[in-house]
Design a protein around this ligand. Sequence first.
Ligand code: GLN
Length: 455
Amino acid sequence: FSVMEATDAYLDRIERFNPELNAYITVTRESAQAQAVDIDNRIRKGELTGAMAGVPYALKDLFCSEGVRTTCASNMLSNFISPYDAHVAEKLKAAGGVLLGKNNMDEFAMGSSNETSAFGNVRNPWDTTKVPGGSSGGGAATIAARLAPMTLGTDTGGSIRQPASFCNITGIKPTYGRISRYGMIAFASSLDQCGPMAPSAEDCAITLNVIAGLDSRDSTSVDLPVPDYTANLNDSIEGLRIGLPKEFFAEGLDVQVGAVIDRAIKQFQAKGAIIKEVTLPNSHLAVPVYYVVAPAECSSNLSRFDGVRFGHRCENPKDLLDLYERSRWEGFGDEVKRRIMIGTYALSAGYYDAYYLKAQQVRRLIKQDFEAAFKDVDVIMGPSCPTTAFGIGAKKDDPIAMYLEDLYTIPVSLAGLPGMTFPIGFATDGLPVGMQLVGNYFEEARMLNIAHQYQ
Ligand code: GLN
């Protein structure tokens, strides 16, 4: 079948299911159809080959896409049309992908439930009274409901892995620096990393082949060869040493989630993997460290939204200060404001050493815990999150409960390690559970192989 037929099939599903799920903020119907015609022609002429040619996809709405509204799910950017493409958007376009639209998310990627979006919450396709997770919740719902075969999310403290777990899909956050952040609207620059979300590890591998690699426009992007991520999917995992961090199986983990995780670990054992217990003794400090580092960086990054250059501008400002204050007050939602205030405080003279510097020191200890663990094991496994998808509204007014969602994902982000979630089954409440897999630096190919072997 043609690219046009595939594109139309997805556009029809979006039209049917998006009104209820709210997984897309913007659907680029006309440009997708125009792209499909062009790609069909180029494929026919033999000008375009490769696994991504003709594949429809979506993007989280924080990737700048040329000529398309890019909102970050914020009133601040509700009318922002990007004049350029993010690095990854450029790559997918050049590989012949067809952009279907932009996925809903938590505002500026701050959240774990997709409820902080200025464009309304997203519903979990498995149970529409539940959240899809966040912040890449629109993307996870999109893949689960087959409103696109692939999308890109971002993960700062768990935003690919947690929604992937809630929606029964596969998502990978590669090593920090593996993929360029150019054109990805920044939240916390030392943590932000983008990655694919799709039904399977193989789909993620195909996408990574296109988007990974050095880009001179992001000084933290790493100059290492990009392997073919699909090449080793079928390798045997016999003898693989899997570490289970004892801190991830302690108090806080829901028993039904634990039971599904145990079952999956036994399956790996049956395939010849060796299970060992490891310890990450500082992991309980990860959430507090993250909530100093991430807000500090966000307070700095979001200072560019001042109502002058782009984004929302208030009506009739009295003077420049009034313009800044009211534009930001009106443009940002509550969670974003909370983080900007915490971050500004933590970076203030007199507090910097006590909070930010201290947090950076503990961050180093967390990284060293992983380095020690990887001396004994090849990969680490455990739950992606402590619970299955929770009810819409259940944690909305309790930021601390919401922050604890990322108990198991944040340590990995602070260490800059690659982490992924893949589906392993359903808990007794009927909701999906994902396994978190953590690899050593730049071991994404091995991780995809392991996830692929589970299926
Ligand atoms: N839930 C975490 C937060 O609110 C992580 C978000 C993310 O990874 N973008 O910051």
